[in-house]
Design a protein. Structure first.
Length: 120
């Protein structure tokens, strides 16, 4: 089920604990070929020179930072209708003995949701 399929029934909450960092020792290198407009190449050359880095280092860093930002923005937990109702009831239940019970219900709903997402 894609995000567009669930958008009408679900809310989105940023998922915590996602490690999107890259380490040279953990990742082999690959070649990336791209044709770019001349004005972008000139900007790359200028920016790399001003920052005292090679064009390759500047490009890799810029691409990785942009990729990490996009991944972080799109790494979401989807709370579907049933879990939304559980969350709302847990937070609004005046008969709950304590805030701890409310948060316990929330943690249970999120745990169940995580298990469902991980099993896909």
């Amino acid at each position: 089920m894609g995000l567009t399929d669930t958008a009408d029934r679900c809310i989105f909450v940023p998922k915590e604990g996602i490690d999107i960092s890259l380490s040279k020792s953990d990742n082999p290198t690959v070649r990336l070929d791209a044709r770019i407009p001349l004005h972008i190449k000139k900007n790359l050359v200028t920016a790399a020179a001003l920052s005292g880095r090679s064009q390759t280092d500047f490009l890799i860093t810029a691409v990785n930072e942009a990729a990490q930002k996009v991944i972080a923005e799109h790494s979401l937990i989807t709370l579907c209708l049933e879990d939304q109702e559980i969350l709302a009831k847990a937070l609004l239940d005046e008969n709950a003995p304590s805030d701890g019970l409310r948060w316990g219900r929330l943690r249970k709903a999120l745990s169940r949701h995580s298990q469902e997402v991980d099993s896909r």
